[in-house]
Design a protein around this ligand. Sequence first.
Ligand SMILES: Nc1ncnc2c1ncn2[C@@H]1O[C@H](COP(=O)(O)OP(=O)(O)O)[C@@H](O)[C@H]1O
Ligand SMILES: [Mg+2]
Length: 373
Amino acid sequence: MENPFALVPYVSKDLFCDREQETKTILEYLLNGSNVTLISPRRYGKTGLIYRVFDEIKEKKIDVNTCYADIYATEKVEDFIKTLSEAVITTLDRKKGVKAFLQFLGGLRPMLSYNPLTGNPELTMTFLSDYEKRHTLASIFEFLEKLDKKTIVAIDEFQQVRRYGNNMEALLRSYIQPLRNVQFVFCGSKKHLMAEMFTDARSPFYESTRCLYLEKIDREIYADFIVRMFAKGKKNITAKAVDFILDWTKVHTFYTQSLCNHVFLKSGKNVALQDALASAHQILVENEQTFLQWRDLLTPLQWNYLKAVAKEQSVDKPFATGFIQKYNIGTPANSNRILDALIDKELILATSTEEGVSYSVYNVFLSRWLEGQ
Ligand SMILES: Nc1ncnc2c1ncn2[C@@H]1O[C@H](COP(=O)(O)OP(=O)(O)O)[C@@H](O)[C@H]1O
Ligand SMILES: [Mg+2]
């Protein structure tokens, strides 16, 4: 039996926990003609959800093309064009369509090969001028617009376009807006950046899409899922063990999946609290070297601060005397400065709550490890 706790964004509906409502909502928006923006902290399950939606489209035999481009590793417009083109080629997946697309890019002398290991298309192109880049980008969208069916293009880690400079956002917006046969899902994790891009009145993407903030998976639903997945693997897990897993990982999808995967791997037929505790401990031991490397990248004050937040689980009042004195942070100004730096490094996550903002250590395993230091 394969491990039912997948560590990749999406395998199949069977191994995917919930997100039923989100899948439905995103599909509704898209089929209704709206573009969608999907925002959440890292590793909550945005990428998985995109694949889930695409899978649903396939299952329901909805007659649209689906196209997925992850632009995380892109630094400039050229990279974006290349990644988008490769995604389009994967979507076309038919010799004729690919040929037509390459002809479309003709002036750039595109060379297509397929990675022998992954089977993914790899495209090299020669760009001359900025004008040519802009023109190519416009042409790709034009090409999609003219296809015989609608295409849904998901652009993952979309906040990356801000790094390209030259007001790429505005340019993209101007290309995207008139399209009728192409629809977009923009996906991103730097919450403030994405929120700014899509709600700031001065931003070119203002009000052009429907925003969806992805929350954690419902705890009860996740608990049922965990029991079901263990049962699928002919194992029986106690309610206490499941409770511990969800507490310890704070129901943060990636960490919950990782711990469950480990427990499943190491346990026998009957899985009890002891097994979950042992796996949790083992995971921290396995990650210790990485944590120590991160420590070396921080100042002692920053490290001390991170530890303080971990020990508190979450901090709502980082400038309050109580917190500052308890952990020797110095002054509220110190606290402010260090907090900003740690948020910027994505070591601390700021979550909006009804009462204000709450801060916690972003990486749940690191948080658990720091607590014990
Ligand atoms: N609904 C889900 N059910 C089970 N595992 C999930 C689910 N969503 C995400 N995951 C797990 O969490 C990990 C992180 O999800 P991912 O989609 O990559 O997050 P994000 O794109 O928000 O950073 C995945 O590799 C997968 O193991
Ligand atoms: Mg992702």
